[in-house]
Design a protein around this ligand. Structure first.
Ligand code: LLP
Length: 424
């Protein structure tokens, strides 16, 4: 939660953001543990009336401490790579509560999943065959679900609409039933569930109902052919309120109200009780972090620019999706917002902006700008572009502050680079 208090300083999770910026340096990701826990619990409560498991989408935030907190809360995980599988294992998330997703899994990744008994969300018929062969070779059984392309169109940036007919994810809707029939005959493959994910930052929830209806139609069709499923995974995608003037975002209980009636009616009609799985990422961790930066310079050109020490290297969402994030001047929180400002990063590209044409207080070199709601797809999408080490992350918990990721150094820029002998 963001609170404005003290001598014009932004407070976050009970900590003075300016003090943290001075103690740890900037850029700095600050995460409020209480928000992560509260957002997770909201899902548990909203879906308590059916057997539900919440599989956190690790791509949103792969910090080990944050994953550990979610493990303590009882989260499973949606992983999209062998690396994310390693992360959740290290965080103590039980591997029988992990789904291995991905449209281009390598042979090594499929092997790792089968070896550790992790259920695989199969993305193509080819992958189904490969997986069966790998499982046979290892003398194991591969638990599978299939990623359905449900052909629904949420009203979001096309780059994050994953359930469109033309998206690269999943098996076409019409091919799902025959592909399950194929899987049922394959050796060393055990059918566990069915899966879809329609997109991200969804605020208009009716598409979830549409997807649930389509998925439950498949469940019924499979049931009629004697194929029973242990789970129905409807993915993630619930949006958050990035732009405060546009009001609050729907919450997990709104999502529950949208999808549970269909889910319950269908399962009751069929006399089955599959577990419901959801894979939220953003709505759990998005609002739980801020990114604090320092103003390096200001400039009055054709626009008034405020140039800070983090750009799309540390937060790519504005540059990549034209995404909106609120920005506040952390050390002048009570000052009047009177200057139309465009906040840009230090990266050598004109697409490197954080916030366009916002009213901010007059700022100068050394002021601190906090970018809000950066806990999802913030650090996890960062890079070392332009030779910039990645920043540190701290966790705020009941007034205490702990480092949960050290700031990289220039050595990290050099790490793994090899200068061949003949070039020395
Ligand atoms: N499950 C699957 C299979 C996914 O592909 C995703 C996100 C999720 C769950 C979690 O969705 P969420 O609840 O976070 O919306 N980088 C983009 C978002 C990409 C989402 C990719 N898939 C952004 O910064 O907006």
């Amino acid at each position: 939660m963001v609170h404005h208090e003290g001598p014009g300083h932004l407070s976050f999770g009970g900590a003075d953001v300016v003090e943290l910026a001075e103690r740890y340096g900037t850029p700095l990701y600050i995460t409020d543990e209480a928000v992560v826990r509260a957002n997770f619990r909201r899902y548990k409560e909203a879906f308590a009336s059916v057997d539900t498991a919440i599989y956190f989408a690790v791509k949103a935030n792969g910090n080990l401490a944050i994953l550990r907190i979610l493990a303590q809360e009882g989260a499973g995980a949606d992983v999209f790579s062998g690396g994310e599988l390693e992360l959740v294992n290290a965080a103590g998330i039980s591997l029988d509560r992990v789904l291995f997703n991905g449209n281009a899994k390598s042979e090594a990744e499929l092997r790792a999943a089968v070896e550790s008994d992790v259920t695989v969300s199969v993305d193509s018929r080819e992958e189904l065959q490969t997986l069966s062969a790998i499982a046979s070779e290892l003398g194991k059984e591969a638990g599978i679900s299939m990623r359905v392309n449900p052909d629904v169109s949420p009203d979001v940036n096309p780059k994050i609409a994953t359930g469109l007919r033309t998206a690269k994810f999943g098996i076409p809707y019409e091919e799902i039933v025959p592909t399950y029939a194929e899987a049922a005959k394959l050796p060393n493959v055990a059918i566990k569930g069915i899966h879809c994910h329609i997109g991200s930052q969804i605020l208009e929830l009716s598409v979830f109902k549409e997807a649930t209806e389509k998925m439950m139609r498949l469940v019924a069709e499979l049931h009629s052919r004697g194929i029973e499923l242990e789970f129905v995974d409807l993915g993630g995608g619930l949006g958050i309120a990035y732009e405060k003037a546009k009001g609050a975002a729907p919450l997990p209980h709104d999502l529950a109200a949208m999808i549970l009636p269909t889910f319950k009616a269908q399962t009751q009609a069929l006399g089955i009780s599959p577990r419901l799985i959801l894979e939220p990422g953003r709505s759990i961790v998005g609002p739980a972090s801020i990114l604090v930066t320092t103003v390096n310079t200001t400039k009055d050109a054709y626009k008034h620019f405020v140039a800070i020490d983090a750009g799309f290297n540390m937060l790519i969402r504005p540059a990549m999706y034209d995404a909106y994030h609120e920005v506040v001047v952390a050390n002048k929180i009570n000052a009047e917002a009177s200057v139309l400002s465009t906040v840009v990063g230090p990266i050598c590209e004109s697409g490197d902006f954080i916030a366009k044409d916002r009213l901010l207080p007059q700022v100068q070199r050394g002021d601190y700008i906090a970018i809000l709601d950066t806990g999802a797809y913030g650090f996890s999408m960062s890079s070392q572009y332009n030779g910039r080490p990645r920043c540190a992350e701290v966790l705020v918990h009941n007034g205490t502050v702990e480092v949960i990721r050290e700031r990289e150094s220039f050595e990290d820029i050099m790490r793994h680079q090899v200068l061949p002998e003949r070039l020395r």
